[in-house]
Ligand binder design. Structure first.
Ligand code: GLU
Length: 439
């Protein structure tokens, strides 16, 4: 994947863009040269081909990846994405973000990510199961409960995580629940994992907006992406009194100035699959006046809060100038390019970064891993309470770093994460240590 470069006209890779955020943070954190050198490269990358017997008898070979970016603070951790745009560059970028996300939330994990290049909607359930198991066959030596732990991401769900855990257990000849998180409850999943990313984002929003005296009933919200995260977050915000005026999925979106009836839209979307369809010819049309909008229109709406909750590279140098929202909470990974950052900053827009806002998912993944290893399972209330504590604590700490140096929250989040990563890397020995002194 290539995107526009802030410095030159030629496009740069997603990873080049992602890692440029590291450079921004360096000015504000005391990190050794050695630690920085380590963080510029992924620890290990694996590309595999996965042969799958299709339902019609033919054989199709899929391309899969797993990248372990860093494991200084603990085993690699990160999701597996099924999407037509999956590439090694994208998976490496996502693994880089996971490294900083886990450090920022102080989870004892490094960062990793996986993916398979495919359109999952074109496969039958049986084909998806064979592909998921085939992926584990191909990467089994590269992962493990103490090496690298998988989880859901775009277009993967708890069923798929269950197949992956089962396949790993078959290979190992022992039940190994802790190698995958986001599993079905009955296979060792955690309460609250399905809704964890949305719930975590909700805690961040509720910690941040009061600092600006922005009350829910006076706050309009637009959400791009109405999947397992965007739709749940829309409902949480709606119930808390926020006015969600626009939502969209990959097919397009809807807008109503007076606010949308999110619980109803969720119900109808489950039946009809796409937001536009349900709004054009279903009874939801009667509930509130609405307008059909594109995904691009949604980003430019005059709302208080904009929540990109779909894919990367949505807010770029090409459209940042037209963004009207006052606050952006990044629920997707990498929705804003580095070239868009200064434009948004100049416009006085506050951007709350992905590695903080969407970290609820991996935080409850950590809780699931802990429960699998201890054999003691928590209630939904316990999960929510611990999630809230951690999200609020790290949001406040990141906020304090931003205030201390007068820097944007994204840079503050990298400073905060980098500080922990640097300390962990330096604990193994620094240049100073080896050059000066005998013991
Ligand atoms: N895929 C999610 C993310 O990007 C969750 C990762 C995990 O739970 O390990 O944060």
């Amino acid at each position: 994947m290539t995107i526009e470069s802030p410095l030159e006209k030629s496009p740069v890779s997603l990873f080049t863009d992602a890692s440029s955020r590291l450079e921004m943070a360096l000015k504000y954190v005391n990190i050794s040269e050695d630690a920085l050198k380590r963080l510029k490269y992924p620890k290990a990358s694996l590309s595999v081909s996965i042969p799958v017997r299709m339902d019609n008898g033919s054989l199709q070979v899929f391309q899969g990846y797993r990248v372990r970016y860093d494991d200084t603070r603990g085993p690699g951790k990160g999701g597996v994405r099924f999407h037509p745009n999956v590439s090694l560059d994208e998976v490496q970028s996502l693994a880089f973000w996971m490294t900083f996300k886990c450090a920022l939330l102080n989870l004892p994990f490094g960062g990793a990510k996986g993916g398979i290049t495919l359109n999952p909607k074109a496969l039958s359930r049986q084909e998806l199961e064979r592909l998921s198991r085939g992926y584990i066959d191909a990467i089994a030596d590269f992962i493990g409960p103490d090496i690298d732990i998988l989880a859901p991401d775009v277009y993967t769900n708890s069923m798929i995580m269950g197949w992956m855990m089962d396949q790993y257990s078959i290979i190992q000849r022992q039940v190994s629940p802790a190698v995958v998180t986001g599993k079905p409850l009955m296979m060792g999943g955690s309460q609250g994992r399905n809704t964890a990313t949305a719930t975590g984002a909700y805690y961040v929003i509720n910690t941040i907006l009061p600092k600006f005296d922005q009350l829910p009933e006076r706050t309009t919200v637009a959400i791009q992406g109405f999947g397992k995260v965007g739709a749940v977050l829309a409902e949480l915000l709606c119930k808390a009194g926020y006015k969600v005026v626009a939502v969209s999925d990959s097919q397009g979106g809807i807008y109503a100035e007076t606010g949308l009836d999110i619980p109803n839209i969720r119900r109808y979307k489950q039946q009809s699959q796409s937001i536009q369809e349900l709004y054009c010819n279903d009874t939801v049309c009667d509930i509130v006046e609405h307008e059909i909008i594109s995904n691009e229109d949604l980003l430019k709406l005059d709302v208080d809060v904009l929540i990109p909750a779909a894919l990367e590279n949505q807010i770029t140098a090409a459209n940042a100038e037209q963004i009207q929202a006052q606050y952006i909470f990044e629920v997707a990974n990498g929705p804003t390019t580095s070239a868009a950052d200064p434009i948004l900053e100049d416009k006085g827009i506050y951007v709350f970064p992905d590695i903080l806002v969407n970290a609820g998912g991996v935080t409850v993944s950590y809780f699931e891993w802990v429960q699998n290893r201890s054999g003691l399972y928590w209630t939904l209330e316990e999960v929510h309470q611990r999630l809230k504590e951690r999200m609020v604590e790290e949001t406040e700490q990141t906020w304090n770093v931003a205030q201390e140096f007068s820097i944007p929250m994204r840079t503050a989040a990298y400073v905060h994460g980098l500080h922990r990563l640097g300390e962990a890397l330096d604990a193994k020995g620094t240049r100073d240590y080896y050059q000066n002194g005998n013991h």
